[in-house]
Design a protein. Structure first.
Length: 117
């Protein structure tokens, strides 16, 4: 069994790699004309990479939901849960993040425009 320190260092290494992938993804989508599409794509990718769930149902340590979903979907699909345990939190975090972005973005846009005038 891993210790809390092992999970912490695992999250640090995973976060560094995921942030590098996000940087590469941003370079790929920066040519898209619409800013809000760029932002929505980044929000979804952030939710996919950084949504945590418990690593095992009886374990308090957290792991990336993306990998938990893949592991359980591919290797443990005969038990009935499949991709659901990791996918449901990712969809929920994505949905809530997009709603918050759509509420906050116009407010920040107006504030930015008023400062420039």
């Amino acid at each position: 069994m891993y210790s809390a320190e092992s999970y912490t260092w695992g999250w640090i290494a995973y976060s560094a790699g995921a942030l590098c992938l996000l940087g590469l993804f941003w370079l790929l989508i920066r040519k898209i004309a619409s800013r809000w599409i760029q932002h929505i794509l980044m929000i979804i990718l952030l939710a996919v990479f950084f949504t945590p769930v418990t690593a095992y149902p009886d374990n308090p340590y957290l792991a990336p939901a993306f990998f938990v979903s893949l592991y359980e979907g591919i290797l443990l699909s005969d038990r009935g849960m499949g991709f659901q345990r990791g996918l449901a939190p990712i969809l929920a975090v994505s949905f809530i993040s997009i709603i918050l972005y759509s509420l906050i973005s116009p407010i920040l846009g107006r504030r930015k425009k008023s400062r420039s005038h």
